[in-house]
Design a protein around this ligand. Structure first.
Ligand code: NAD
Length: 263
């Protein structure tokens, strides 16, 4: 399945927007993370592709280097604090400092109502989608402070503000990401670290792969825009939130959802 609507004509990207800055993007081997890494690289950032899919991360970094982006890959498991700490250190050691981070790694989890939800699946989803964002910020924030300031965007979801039957773990974790983002934003706003979240609607990425046409069309119906979103459309908003153009944007939760939550 894929959305057939054409992308709006791309706005030219300034190659100097992020010049001299290093960005770490988790979950960047695929989907929204890869589109974000590409968009930041087009804007002049040096990009660290961090993912637990080592092969996918290496080939994403190679593809970006072919597009003249300065990119490296590091294997990370965001559910493991030591692994996250090592990835942040890798970015600092490779490029001298870390200025920007996108905490985007995430998984879906199986669908079942709360009263039947498998406890192991709950733990896996919450550890990846919520603990993983905390561990990432836990090590990124000191690195950004050491660099003299910077910006973080956490990938939440529309399901960080509304419920979705059959997805209790995902919904709870994404609500947690929104709360964590707001809290950390208040803690570091005065020290030059801006922290925000994005809330994508359903986006056509590998996360939705395997869905049959009926389920896909059902998701489309939930978006008044009449289609699912594209990774590039989320990446554009993340890039704005990381850029100096968003200099007074702190602690926001920015929806990119084709009016899903406005219905
Ligand atoms: P995706 O499956 O294409 O990409 C997710 C990436 O995260 C993969 O490369 C995967 O290897 C990586 N990853 C998973 N667990 C990891 C771990 N423990 N450590 C390191 N990397 C790990 O999915 P996507 O749609 O691009 O999702 C990216 C983010 O966007 C997720 O947080 C997801 O919850 C969120 N999101 C997606 C949608 C959607 O409809 N696709 C909607 C709203 C929010």
């Amino acid at each position: 399945m894929s959305t057939s609507a054409p992308l709006p004509s791309a706005t030219p990207v300034s190659p100097d927007e992020f010049a001299g800055r290093t960005a770490l993007v988790t979950g960047a081997a695929s989907g929204i993370g890869l589109a974000t890494a590409r968009r930041l690289g087009e804007g002049g950032a040096r990009v660290v592709i961090a993912d637990y899919n080592a092969e996918g991360a290496a080939s994403a970094a190679a593809a970006l280097r072919d597009e003249s982006v300065e990119a490296s890959a590091v294997t990370v498991d965001v559910t493991d604090p030591a692994s996250v700490e090592a990835a942040v250190r890798f970015a600092q050691d490779t490029y001298g400092a870390l200025h920007l981070a996108v905490n985007n790694a995430g998984i879906g989890g199986e669908s079942a109502p709360t009263g039947d939800y498998d406890i192991d699946v709950w733990n896996r989803v919450v550890r990846t989608n919520l603990d993983g964002v905390f561990y990432s910020m836990r090590y990124e924030i000191p690195a950004l402070l050491a660099a003299g300031g910077g910006a973080i965007v956490n990938t939440a979801s529309i399901l960080g503000s509304v419920g979705f039957a059959g997805s209790p773990a995902y919904v709870a974790a994404k609500h947690g990401v929104v709360g964590l983002t707001k809290t950390a934003a208040t803690e570091y706003a005065a020290q030059g670290v801006r922290i925000n979240a994005v809330g994508p609607g359903f986006i056509d990425t590998p996360l939705l792969q395997g869905m049959d046409k009926q389920a896909y069309d059902g998701l489309v119906q939930l978006h008044p825009a009449g289609r699912l979103g594209r990774s590039e459309e989320v990446a554009e908003v993340i890039a704005f939130l990381l850029s100096d153009r968003a200099s007074f944007v702190h602690g926001s939760y920015h929806l990119v959802d084709g009016a899903y939550t406005a219905r």
